[in-house]
Design a protein. Structure first.
Length: 141
C-alpha cells in the first residue's frame, strides 16, 4: 500500500522556485495552495519510470484537504537524484499548475505537457536531465 506524506525538503525547493523563477510568477501572484508530498511507491506508466506528478484536488475532497494541488515525488524512482535534478523535477511539476483568472475568481486546472514547457526544460537542462551527468545548471540553494 502506497504511503504519501508531506515533505519539508520538497516544499522548500518548490517555494524557492516559485519565489525566484520568472515563469512561475503566475503561481507567486495567486492564492493557490500546493502540498509537496513524498511517496514510498515506485510508479511506472507504459513501462516508463514516473519521477513525480502534479494533481488537482477534486472539489469533493476540498472539505478535508486544505490544498488546491499536490505535487508528489516518487522517492524510490529519484533516490539517486542530485539536489539539482530534484529542482528540475519540481520545476517541471510546478509548470503543470494551471491558473485561470475569471473576474476576481481563480480557477485551477492541470496544464498539460506542451512544447514550450518541454523546450524550457530541455533548453536549460538538456534532454537527459534525469541522468546524473546531464543535469546542467539549476537554481542555486
Amino acid at each position: 500500500m502506497e504511503v504519501r506524506t508531506r515533505n519539508r525538503r520538497y516544499s522548500a525547493i518548490g517555494k524557492r522556485l516559485i519565489r525566484r523563477r520568472p515563469e512561475l510568477a503566475y503561481i507567486r501572484n495567486s492564492a493557490v495552495r500546493i502540498a509537496f508530498l513524498a511517496s514510498d511507491h515506485e510508479k511506472t506508466k507504459d513501462r516508463r519510470t514516473i519521477f513525480g506528478e502534479c494533481e488537482k484536488i477534486p472539489e469533493k475532497y476540498k472539505w478535508r484537504l486544505p490544498y488546491d494541488f499536490t505535487i508528489t515525488i516518487f522517492e524510490p524512482n529519484v533516490e539517486r537524484f542530485t539536489g539539482r535534478q530534484l529542482e528540475i523535477l519540481i520545476l517541471h511539476e510546478l509548470l503543470h499548475v494551471g491558473i485561470e483568472v475569471d473576474g476576481f475568481e481563480e480557477k485551477y486546472y492541470i496544464e498539460p505537457h506542451d512544447i514550450e514547457e518541454f523546450y524550457t526544460i530541455i533548453n536549460q537542462y538538456g534532454m537527459d536531465w534525469s541522468k546524473d551527468e546531464q543535469a546542467g545548471e539549476a537554481e542555486e540553494s
